[in-house]
Design a protein around this ligand. Structure first.
Ligand code: KIV
Ligand code: ZN
Length: 401
């Protein structure tokens, strides 16, 4: 990895195709991963983790294919801190001109005692050996201390220094179980960032078990982390990973408070989210920040009125800047005449006050019966009103059937 020459630049390490893909309902075939990888390139991610080659033939093939088809992309492959894993990752990355081997081992006492049954010294030795071996295949080697946030900070410091001495260029400190809270996370990341200085990039990888993945990642950046590991729509193990779109746009919109930046082309965020949703078995929840169906929808009458007078009253992000075609007014029973008039104009009908009154009464009749009035229903009301039918309410009933 090139040395960071700008202290405010944050690298985006996308793990949609690895951590994201390994969660229920998210598995992808090799061609699907390739399609998603093309979109991630357009989006401008800095590093793309394409899979865990030792885990399956499919993962090996995915890393291999993406490396072959996109040789200039910085592709990462995951490997436990063992010879067989590292060599398998290196093999899969062979066609890549900018390979990154990402090796990891757990460092918390909980994992050492119950999972690995190894001493701290043994884990440190395994980590150093894996990094040394990985460096024989790639100049760019990332080490992850799994469960870093539940690891004794003194030991985390010791192992971080040891892997950098062994050649690691990035040290990732995952909040594997989503346990950390922002101020505590900032303290831990800040401590490791200070001791490593310019010798390696400090990275974070936050899971969302307490709904704090974005907050923790941003707190870490403020403390000195310069790589964020994240996924489109926040998919990933259990409650998921930090959502790429959230951290990127937060740094952009609140640059006054978060004076860092990424090279993500934000106009591709919504299309990337949509593509992922069409490949896996679910999309983001409707109220998901930035990419959910309602993320830019205003329904309450007071909100719609303010929004129509000046968008800045209720909109902090221009939807177009994240690739959403336009902010949407969802008309429902809380919408006022002003919003309805604007919708009619949008649909190509400038209404007089009397015409609007007539359409409005039919609109309220529909909105009282069901949630949300569609554009088709509004058009039907306008047509009926213009055709001079008996009463707008009767036509509304017909349009609603
Ligand atoms: O959550 C985690 O700790 C991981 C590592 C393998 C980076 O996904
Ligand atoms: Zn993870």
């Amino acid at each position: 990895m090139a040395e960071p020459n700008d202290k405010q630049r944050v690298y985006i390490f996308d793990t949609t195709l690895r951590d994201g893909e390994q969660s229920p309902g998210c598995s992808m075939t090799v061609p699907e991963k390739l399609r998603m990888a093309e979109k991630l390139v357009e989006l401008g991610v800095d590093i793309m983790e394409a899979g865990f080659p030792i885990a399956s033939e499919g993962d090996f093939e995915a890393v291999r294919t993406i490396s072959r088809e996109m040789p200039d992309v910085r592709v990462a492959a995951l490997a436990r801190a063992t010879r067989v894993d590292v060599e398998r990752a290196a093999e899969a990355l062979k066609p890549c001109r900018r390979p990154r081997i990402h090796t990891f081992i757990a460092t918390s006492d909980i994992h050492l005692t119950y999972k690995l049954k190894k001493s701290r010294q043994q884990v440190l030795d395994d980590a150093v050996a894996a990094v040394r071996l990985a460096r024989q295949y790639a100049d760019d080697v990332e080490f992850s201390a799994e469960d870093a946030t539940r690891t004794d900070p003194d030991y985390l410091e010791e192992i971080s220094l040891a892997v950098v001495d062994a050649g690691a260029t990035t040290v990732n400190l995952p909040d594997t179980v989503g346990f950390s809270v922002p101020h505590e996370h900032a303290q831990l990341i800040g401590r490791i960032a200070r001791i490593l200085g310019d010798r390696a990039i400090v990275s974070v990888h936050c899971h969302d078990d307490l709904g704090l993945a974005t907050a923790n990642s941003l707190a870490a950046v403020m403390a000195g982390a310069r790589q964020i590991e994240c996924t489109i729509n926040g998919i990933g193990e259990r409650a998921g990973n930090c959502a790429l779109e959230e951290v990127v746009v937060a740094m952009k919109v609140r640059h006054d408070q978060l004076p860092c930046y990424t090279e993500i082309v934000t106009e591709h965020l919504f299309p990337a989210s949509q593509l992922l949703s069409s490949i896996i078995t679910f999309g983001p929840q409707p109220n998901k920040a930035l990419v959910g169906a309602n993320a830019f929808a205003h329904e309450a009458g007071i909100h719609q009125d303010g929004y129509l007078k000046n968008k800045s009253t209720y909109e902090i992000i221009d939807p177009m800047s994240v690739g959403v075609p336009e902010g949407r007014l969802v008309l429902g029973k809380h919408s006022g005449r002003h919003a309805l008039k604007s919708k009619c104009t949008h649909l190509g009908h400038e209404l007089t006050k009397d015409e609007l009154d007539a359409v409005y009464s039919g609109f309220i009749a529909i909105a009282d019966r069901k949630k949300g009035v569609t554009d088709q229903e509004i058009l039907a009301l306008i047509t009926a009103m213009k055709a001079g039918e008996d009463t707008i309410k009767r036509d509304a009933a017909i349009a609603g059937d």
